[in-house]
Design a protein around this ligand. Structure first.
Ligand SMILES: *[C@@H]1O[C@H](CO)[C@@H](O)[C@H](O)[C@H]1NC(C)=O
Ligand SMILES: *[C@@H]1O[C@H](CO)[C@@H](O)[C@H](O)[C@H]1NC(C)=O
Ligand SMILES: *[C@@H]1O[C@H](CO)[C@@H](O)[C@H](O)[C@H]1NC(C)=O
Ligand SMILES: *[C@@H]1O[C@H](CO)[C@@H](O)[C@H](O)[C@H]1NC(C)=O
Length: 334
C-alpha cells in the first residue's frame, strides 16, 4: 500500500502547481454546499444560545420535527442547548402571543479532518484500484466521500461507501490493465454544511500493486535430515497464475532468535537448507509480481521443527495437511 501527503500538501498541489491552480478550481473538484444564510452552524457537542429578530422579550420556541426532543429551552427568548447532537438538527421557530415571529435552522457542521491518509492499492494487475480512508474525527451521518482521480483534462469522480464496522470509506477506481504513469487522487468529504479536500495520494500506477499474503503456509520436516525444513504455500487470493506470475520471499528464524534469514523463489515451495537442529522455526512468506519489488503482506506465521529420531511422534502432526493445492514443482531457490 502506498500512502502519502495529508490535507496540506494536497492544497499546495491544488493551489500552486497542480491542474487546479485556484481555490475556485479546487471548488470544482470539491464543491461547497449551499448553506442557508441564517442557519445556526455549530460543531458537535458545542453549546447554543441564540435568538432571532422579533423574538426578544417573552417568546417561546418549538421545533418542527414533532418527534424531536425539545430540551433545555430555558430562557424564553433564547434557544438554548447545552451539548448539541445530530438529533438536535431541525428548524426552530419562535412564537410570541401565539404567532410565529422568526425561524432558524440549526445545523451541525463537521470539523476539519486532519492527518488521515488515503491508502490505494490493487491486488492484481487486472483489478480496479481500491482506496481506503478513515476519518480522523466524527463525520456527520449525511457526509459523503468522493474520490477524485485527476487525469487532465477532466477529473473523474468515484463515490465511496462507508463501512461502520471498520469506520472506513472505500472507493473503487477504474483501472485499465497496463496503464502506467502517475496517478493523482484527492478525497473530497462533504455534508450539508461543509466540504473539504482531506487527503491526497500521488503514486506510480505500478507501485499500487499490493499482492495479498500467500495462503496455507505449511512447514514439514524432511525425513532423515536434521537441518532441513520444507515450506509450501498456495497462491495469494486472485492470482490464477495464467498470465502474471509471482515471486515469493520466505523469511525464517529460530524461535526467540533476533536473527532472520530470507530467500526468494518463484516456486510455491522452498527447502530451508540451514535450519537449526531440534529447534522450532517461525516462517512467513510474502509475494510480489515477478518483475517488481513492492512486496505484499506477510502470510500468517507457520511453525516447524526439523526431523529428529527422538521427535518422530510429534513430527507426524507437523506434516502439511491435505487441504487444497500442494505444489509438486521442483524446489530450486533463485
Ligand atoms: C443566553 O444569552 C443571553 C443574552 O446574551 C443571556 O442573557 C442568557 O443568560 C443566556 N442563557 C444561558 C442559559 O446561558
Ligand atoms: C428547515 O426548513 C428548510 C426550508 O423549509 C428545509 O429545506 C429544511 O430541510 C428544514 N430542515 C430540517 C432539518 O427539517
Ligand atoms: C471498476 O470500476 C468502475 C468504476 O468505479 C466500475 O464501473 C467497474 O464495475 C469496476 N470493475 C470491476 C471489475 O470491479
Ligand atoms: C533479506 O535478506 C537480505 C540479505 O540477504 C537483507 O538485506 C534483507 O533486509 C532481508 N529482508 C528481510 C525482509 O528481512
Amino acid at each position: 500500500m502506498v500512502g502519502t501527503a495529508g490535507c496540506c500538501s494536497a492544497l499546495i498541489i491544488v493551489l500552486c502547481c497542480g491542474p487546479f491552480r485556484t481555490s475556485r478550481a479546487a471548488g470544482t473538484i470539491c464543491p461547497k454546499p449551499a448553506v442557508p444564510e441564517d442557519a445556526i452552524l455549530v460543531t458537535l457537542h458545542s453549546a447554543v444560545n441564540r435568538t432571532c429578530a422579533g423574538c426578544e422579550g417573552r417568546g417561546s420556541w418549538s421545533r418542527h420535527n414533532p418527534h424531536g426532543n425539545l430540551r433545555s429551552l430555558a430562557d424564553g427568548s433564547h434557544l438554548v442547548l447545552s451539548s448539541v447532537t445530530y438529533e438536535d438538527e431541525d428548524n426552530y421557530t419562535c412564537y410570541k402571543d401565539g404567532a410565529a415571529v422568526c425561524s432558524v435552522e440549526l445545523m451541525v457542521k463537521d470539523e476539519q479532518q486532519d492527518g488521515s491518509k488515503l491508502f490505494c492499492y490493487h491486488r492484481h494487475p487486472t483489478h480496479n484500484i481500491t482506496c481506503h480512508w478513515k476519518p480522523s474525527r466524527q463525520l456527520h451521518p449525511s457526509a459523503r466521500a468522493t474520490l477524485v482521480g485527476v487525469r487532465l483534462p477532466v477529473p473523474t469522480f468515484y463515490p465511496c461507501t462507508y463501512d461502520s464496522s471498520s469506520e472506513k470509506f472505500t472507493c473503487s477506481v477504474l483501472y485499465s490493465e497496463g496503464s502506467s504513469g502517475r496517478q493523482l487522487f484527492y478525497l473530497c468529504v462533504s455534508s450539508r454544511t461543509t466540504s473539504q479536500l482531506t487527503a491526497s495520494l500521488e503514486a506510480d500506477a505500478k507501485d499500487l500493486l499490493h499482492v495479498g499474503p500467500p495462503l496455507n503456509v505449511c512447514v514439514a520436516p524432511v525425513e532423515n535430515n536434521r537441518r532441513r525444513l520444507r515450506v509450501s504455500w498456495s497462491r495469494p487470493e486472485f492470482w490464477d497464475g495464467l498470465f502474471y506470475h509471482l515471486k515469493y520471499q520466505v523469511l525464517y528464524q529460530v524461535e526467540g532468535s533476533p536473527h532472520a534469514s530470507n530467500r526468494t523463489t518463484k516456486e510455491m515451495a522452498f527447502i530451508i537448507p540451514d535450519a537449526v537442529m531440534g529447534r522450532k522455526h517461525l516462517i512467513r512468506v510474502r509475494a510480489s509480481e515477478e518483475y517488481q519489488e513492492n512486496w505484499g503482506s506477510w502470510s500468517e506465521v507457520a511453525m516447524g521443527v526439523p526431523w529428529s529420531d527422538e521427535a518422530k511422534a510429534t513430527l507426524v502432526s507437523l506434516r502439511c495437511g491435505g487441504e487444497g493445492e500442494h505444489p509438486t514443482e521442483d524446489i530450486s531457490p533463485m
